[in-house]
Design a protein around this ligand. Structure first.
Ligand code: ADP
Ligand code: MG
Length: 330
């Protein structure tokens, strides 16, 4: 249905989307997951033709979005991160206006507006000014707009951000109800959000696609590794050097010194290797006593954290820098 090939978006020296490729098949719900700043909105804006790509192609039903934007866009309904709704219009007026822009034939327009308002449950708010609607209802107006003209693919950028739990449940069931007739792509920085509704998860981190699989397979994938959490007494560098000698070691993550002076280590080895005896010997040789060792299975949450960890750290650093700048300005 949609084919994204080597998509790149470059802003000056900064690559917001870095060579992303994936295929969206008909009739599934896709989750586009990644921390803030990962490149989700940028990618979605390129898929929907709102933003031109620096390089790469997007084919929507075999139509290139840059060559035949009208044809490609006919297949897509988009709810952007900040929906462009007009505060001084009523939902009814706004949807009629948006429907016309979208090319819904004039004689079908009225019925189509009724249909989408019914679907999203805003019919009783049709005559209220959008600026007087709650955030949840405003979001539904944006949602209705994406459904206008009954496009095959519905793309929703963080549709539940800023909503309260009740509204989130409503939007979720709305997304569920689309499952039968539409292909849905939905972005979020919250894992539970996508694992609750999506058949397939694409994880994006620092502009790169780092995983693409079903939620079930993603957690299975990680369970194939043997994973251990340890508390060790000793210098992190010394511990790392000692553990580096383990046969079948895949990676060491989270080597950090806790406030109590112990070093926390998360270790993963090949599924065929049980490293515990080697860990014991190597750390004894290095004079780094093991205070605690537990075997852990990675949950989907861990998979996400691990795949996007560097992103989070980069964000933290950037935040710290901003604060420093503010102090400098004062
Ligand atoms: P997400 O939607 O995953 O939170 P975005 O796609 O909005 O991320 O942004 C990805 C990165 O691109 C961010 O670091 C953002 O600051 C940067 N970015 C987005 N738009 C622009 C722009 N117009 N100019 C420069 N950088 C941009
Ligand atoms: Mg975004």
């Amino acid at each position: 249905m949609i084919e994204v090939r080597n998509l790149v978006k470059q802003y000056g020296d900064f690559r917001a989307v870095d060579n992303v490729s994936f295929i969206i098949e008909k009739g599934k719900i896709y989750g586009f997951l990644g921390p803030n700043g990962a490149g989700k909105s940028t990618t979605m804006n390129m898929i929907t033709g709102y933003l031109s790509a620096t390089s790469g192609t997007v084919l929507v039903d075999r139509h290139d979005i840059s060559m035949e934007p009208e044809e490609a866009k006919r297949h897509i309904g988009y709810l952007p991160e900040i929906p462009p709704v007009y505060p001084d219009m009523t939902p009814e007026e706004y949807l009629a206006f948006a429907g016309e822009l979208k090319g819904v034939p004039k004689r079908e327009l009225k019925a189509e507006v009724e249909r989408v308002m019914e679907l999203t449950g805003i019919t009783h708010m049709r005559k209220r000014l959008i600026k007087n609607l709650s955030k949840g209802y405003r979001q539904r107006v944006g949602f209705s707009c994406a459904l206008l003209g009954n496009p095959e693919v519905i793309i929703l950028d963080e549709p539940t951000v800023g909503l309260d739990p009740r509204q989130i449940i409503d939007i979720r069931s709305l997304i569920h109800s689309l499952r039968e007739k539409h292909t849905v792509i939905l972005s979020s920085h919250i894992l539970s959000e996508v694992s609750a509704v999506c058949d397939h998860i694409l994880i994006i981190s620092k502009g790169k696609l780092v995983a693409s699989d079903s939620a079930e397979n993603l957690s299975k994938l990680m369970r194939r590794a043997n994973t251990y959490d340890m508390l060790i007494q000793g210098e992190p560098e010394k511990i790392q050097e000692a553990l580096g000698k383990i046969h079948g070691l895949l990676k060491q993550i989270r080597v950090e010194v806790l406030p109590n002076g112990f070093t926390e280590v998360h270790l993963e080895t090949d599924e065929t290797v049980d490293p515990r005896a080697a860990v014991f010997r190597l750390l004894a040789q290095a004079d780094c006593p093991i205070m605690e060792l537990t075997s852990a299975n990675l949950s989907l949450e861990d998979v996400f954290m691990e795949l996007t960890r560097q992103d989070e750290q980069a964000n933290l650093k950037a935040d710290g820098k901003e604060e420093a700048d503010h102090v400098g300005n004062l």
